[in-house]
Design a protein around this ligand. Sequence first.
Ligand code: WTA
Length: 630
Amino acid sequence: MKIPHSFSEYTEAYRESVANPEKFWAEIADDFRWKKKWDKVVEWDFHKPEVKWFTGGKLNVTENCLDRHLPARANQTAILWEPNAPQEPTRKISYRELHEQVCRVANMLKKHGIKKGDRVCIYMPMVPEVVFAMLGCARIGAVHSVVFAGFSSRSLVDRINDSQCRLVLTADGAYRGDKKIDIKGIVNSALDKCPSIEKVIVLQRTHTPVEMKPGRDLWWHDEMAQVAKECAAEEMDAEDMLFILYTSGSTGKPKGMVHTCAGYLVSIDYTFRTVFQYTPDQVFWCTADVGWITGHSYIVYGPLSAGATTLMFEGIPSWPDMGRFWHVIEKHKVNIFYTAPTAIRSLQTASLDFVEKYDLSSLRLLGSVGEPINEEAWQWYHKNIGKEKCPIVDTWWQTETGGIMISPIAHVTKLKLAHATLPLPGVQPVVMDERGNVMTENSIEGRLAMRFPWPSMARTIYGDHQRFKDTYFSTFPGHYFTGDGCRRDEEGYYRITGRVDDIIIVSGHNMGTAEIESAIDEHSAVAESAVVGFPHDIKGQGIYAFVICYQKPQEEEKVKNEIRETVAKIIGPIAKPDKIQFVNGLPKTRSGKIMRRILRKVAEGDVANLGDTTTLLDPAVVEEIKNGAV
Ligand code: WTA
């Protein structure tokens, strides 16, 4: 695989990828292990929309992540696992051992009737077994749907039912700093409402006593002991589903983004090697949770496909103290460190002693993902962690894109503070004006879209292709619309300015405002609510809720806390509003649409610039809202 190692190689690869995408991607795809080569590299029509890559090709993703590294890398560490508690031993799982464990999971699933195409829900802590679980599904062609273990039981119900999962892989509990999370209890309460689930396989992690339902629930260790350590890899069509991963949308219901086998594998491997300039024997650490796309692509599939050593961390950055990340880097001699701006901002608030205590000289490069990285965090990260020697790759991408799209290539692309810089080879961004015209010049600002497909793009929303079309392909017909705004400067460098729809990014996590509103509305005192984002020092954006109650609450603080708990119960603690303001009305247009622009200004504390409010049904409500801002 030809990876660009200099700026001229990058520009050459980029030029080729636009001039002849088929040839460009075919050369990359050639390096994988295929059971049968493809007939056609790409077939696409953004109007339908329909996108297919490597049609007619047959392969299995796990053969590419495991078997093809054997025997050469049999003893190399594939997963380097750092537990929540620093005194607990590290685990090192070699490629040979990983192969064995994945085959056992695959056989365990088969034993319980899981076949190609069946959906399996994975609701597990950050332990190596979650990777065995994902790849175990992929081995036999089952489709995994990993649900972040911080989501509530209600969220789990919605996700399981939406994709009709047959089986859940979970654990007795999870450690999170000094807390234990009752994962199995959450699963138990969800499953009363999930008729499609036949079996639950439970890993022992915390050894907390849990309720096991006879006939349905089984222990992971018992089941794994009964099955063989070899399992032939199912032959998968290039376009067969590999996984579903839910992400928030502008309407209440989360979207099950569907990724397929070959295109995803090819893009993720290529972007991993290119952006991070990975060289053999380096230790790569991505701090995301596997429950998010970043974890899927750059803890699991990218590094393993590239034969890398991927570090997986079970704990949190602030426990036992604010030096934990830096301790882990020293302990495992991490070379590449990939994290989120929100983590940097929170660690930046701690004393520098926590950083200086540790030897970070193994670091070669740093990465950032999930939201725009602000200049202050960039500077702090660059100076104190990278010691001004490590480039920072600010990688822009989405659950929908599967892999990194716009990003510097480490040591190759000139860095520009807070800019995602340039598109990777194979990525063809365009900037649109409000009317949907492509702006071809530089020094412009508009909306970011793509005019050509890339292999790892999501193919549909599970069970709702119309919504896929409406969400991504109807704003600018013939283009994929990202939902983000951006600037392109005089040199053609991109700076992502944030979402232009009703999605807010809180601590790097996508949240649909509609989803939070409907959770708030479930509190019995609440008549209506409107949620917007506001700038937050650590989280990037915080959640500000304007709430109308049937009757003005007597004890405001008590009701606010209850509302927060309601949201935590329905979605998960990450969605709790930071600020709640009780109001008597919301600014609505005559057609009944909430003018969020006004609410955003109030939430930002910029009440002097509310703009035109004359089109409102009742301009008086704005005065009240302004005066009551919290
Ligand atoms: C935002 C995470 C600016 C963006 C991989 C995008 C970013 C959304 C960056 C996708 C970045 C992600 N700079 N904004 N480097 N990376 N975003 O699906 O708004 O969880 O649309 O995927 O995060 O979030 P998602």
